[in-house]
Design a protein around this ligand. Structure first.
Ligand SMILES: [Zn+2]
Length: 362
């Protein structure tokens, strides 16, 4: 008769006769997400907070996640199927004998486990506090170079943070162009928002904008963590053409140039569809205000449409403008289409140029 198992790791179940482990796909998925969040630089405290706020049930008897459960999971080789017998001596656990691979059904791949160990070492070295830094690169592991297929890396040089092809950084090959990180992130956010590619994304983008406006560190952090999770779960690949497509005709020497006017990226989604995005509209010009009454009069728009146009001209995204006007994003889009019809414009950029020409910002 098979031996009875006393206890399974939280993410696994036990068969009714308690002789074998049962793989639970939903729990395995949660484990995988926890590893990915850790790799992205989130600490155990923040991961626990995030899971609790999303009402993800914890595996144990407690309904809530806590920091130590997350830490134990992230360092447990049982996630990759390994069993290590342990003995408690003077209150401390010590490994006994060799680890047994393939003892448990693995819930994550070994490469993911390794990446998480490396990320945790790095984070410890940086000495991050329990609140955590703002996540610096939301696209870690996703970006590749459109010209040579090498990974595109996050490169920090003093205050300048850029995405640069690994071949440029390490071997002085490929095309010597980079894309400023903030500029890329903003372009990509607006691209996703515009394309309605990811359902939950626009909502989180609004949370992020509100967090920034109110200078609420915790809200910014949570929104960024959520955005990263959504992007990681939905985008397979992000190909970056730092100098546009097709690539420049010659390979220039000298320093790495940043922010080529033709820069673009192509996102490939889980369903294998892909779309290309370009440089976003100029960043929010908070000091410029447009008179919505004047705009609605001269462009023959309803007062609400005038306000929407003014907000867009001031550099707000459509989702943020919708939030400010108390509209759903779908309604705001409907208004925007109406505005395009009434003003004979065909894009937000065109509309903004028209608004600028119509009334000078105050
Ligand atoms: Zn390259």
């Amino acid at each position: 008769m098979a031996k009875k198992i006393k206890k399974a790791p939280g993410w696994l179940g036990l068969s009714e006769d308690r002789t074998s482990f049962v793989y639970i796909p939903e729990r395995a998925e949660i484990v995988r997400q926890i590893f990915e969040l850790s790799i992205a630089g989130l600490g155990g405290y923040t991961i626990a907070k995030l899971l609790n706020s999303k009402k993800v049930p914890a595996f144990g008897t407690s309904k809530r996640w806590d920091q130590s459960t997350i830490h134990n999971m992230l360092s447990s080789r049982a996630t990759i199927g390994e069993y290590q017998r342990k003995q408690t001596i003077e209150g401390k656990e010590h490994p006994v004998g060799y680890p047994e691979p393939g003892y448990y059904p693995p819930v994550i791949q070994e490469s993911l486990f390794q990446a998480a160990q490396e990320a945790r070492q790095r984070n410890l070295a940086i000495g991050r506090g329990r609140k955590g830094r703002l996540i610096t690169n939301l696209f870690a592991g996703l970006t590749t170079c459109a010209y040579c297929n090498s990974p595109v890396k996050f490169h920090s040089n003093g205050n300048s943070k850029s995405l640069i092809c690994e071949a440029v950084l390490e071997r002085d090959e490929c095309f010597k162009f980079g894309w400023s990180y903030g500029d890329f992130e903003r372009s990509f956010f607006e691209f996703l928002d515009e394309n309605r590619a990811l359902p939950d994304f626009s909502e989180q983008l609004v949370n992020l904008r509100i967090g920034i406006e109110e200078r609420a560190h915790g809200d910014i952090y949570n929104a960024r963590a959520e955005i990263m999770r959504i992007v990681k779960a939905s985008v397979l690949r992000l190909t970056i053409a730092s100098a546009g497509m097709p690539p420049p005709s010659s390979r220039l020497g000298g320093p790495i140039r940043r922010n080529h006017p033709k820069r673009s990226f192509t996102a490939t989604f889980n369903d294998d569809s892909s779309r290309t995005g370009y440089l976003a509209l100029p960043q929010k010009r908070s000091n410029q205000k447009f008179d919505s009454v004047e705009l609605s009069k001269s462009l023959r728009l309803s007062p609400r449409q005038g306000t929407l146009t003014a907000l867009l001209a001031e550099g707000e995204t459509l989702s943020f403008a919708a939030e400010k006007l108390g509209l759903t994003l779908a309604t705001a889009r409907w208004h925007l289409r109406e505005i395009f019809k009434k003003t004979d414009t065909h894009s937000q950029v065109e509309l903004i140029r028209l608004a600028e020409a119509t009334c000078s910002p105050k």
